[in-house]
Design a protein around this ligand. Structure first.
Ligand SMILES: Cc1cn([C@H]2C[C@H](O)[C@@H](COP(=O)(O)OP(=O)(O)OP(=O)(O)O)O2)c(=O)[nH]c1=O
Length: 185
């Protein structure tokens, strides 16, 4: 069956090519409002299911994949910063601490819905105000959860990670590869 990646993210499309070159990427518009009181750790999988279901309605004869990446610090979800001030505030919160990056994935095939979450722990260095401001002055943070890109200059902010690097960039490549094999069988 043809594979549809329901994502506008250029990073995800690039990472998906590690799994297969044989897929089509489509942008899905869907309401990403989270239910009240959802546990932060469940948010990305919830949104992945919404994105995949929206795509499955349009492509019922395909294997559809939806994904979402969230950055969780304690009980707070840090989204894409709306402006420089928010970026500085978010990176300041992450400085010197360990947070979780969770990518939720949902696969829908032949009406069957399966989903999972992959967690990577990311630890930031103790950053100075000047380092944080310099990073906020780049154009890297603004389309990324948590306001940083580990695959770019954001790597300078990090002391270490525990888990799948690709998961932080937006797609848990190894896990998704394995899950897709079970769906195709
Ligand atoms: C933490 C982090 C996030 N990100 C990106 C991954 C995701 O693209 C983005 C989180 O936003 P998402 O809402 O997961 O994805 P998206 O809006 O970019 O695309 P779509 O919903 O169409 O699939 O942040 C990085 O590229 N590097 C990082 O280090």
């Amino acid at each position: 069956m043809k594979i549809i990646l329901a994502s506008a993210s250029p990073r995800r499309r690039e990472l998906m090519r590690y799994i297969t070159g044989d897929f089509e990427a489509v942008s899905m518009d869907c309401d990403e409002t989270l239910p009240d009181n959802i546990e932060p750790s469940k948010a990305s999988e919830h949104l992945a299911v919404l994105k995949a279901k929206a795509a499955a309605e349009k492509y019922p004869d395909c294997v559809v994949i939806g994904c979402d990446t969230t950055v969780i610090l304690g009980s707070e979800i840090l989204g894409k910063p709306r402006d420089r001030a928010q970026c500085i505030a978010d990176i300041s919160k992450l400085s010197g601490k360990t947070h979780q990056v969770i990518t939720g994935c949902c696969i829908i095939s032949g009406g069957r819905v399966s989903s999972f979450s992959e967690v990577t722990d990311v630890t930031f260095k103790d950053l100075t105000a000047a380092e944080i401001e310099a990073y906020a002055d780049t154009d890297e943070p603004y389309d990324k959860a948590g306001g940083y890109g580990i695959q770019g200059r954001g790597s300078e902010l990090i002391s270490h990670i525990d888990g799948d690097f690709f998961n932080v960039v937006g797609l848990p490549v190894a896990r998704l590869f394995n899950e897709l094999k079970t769906v195709d069988n």
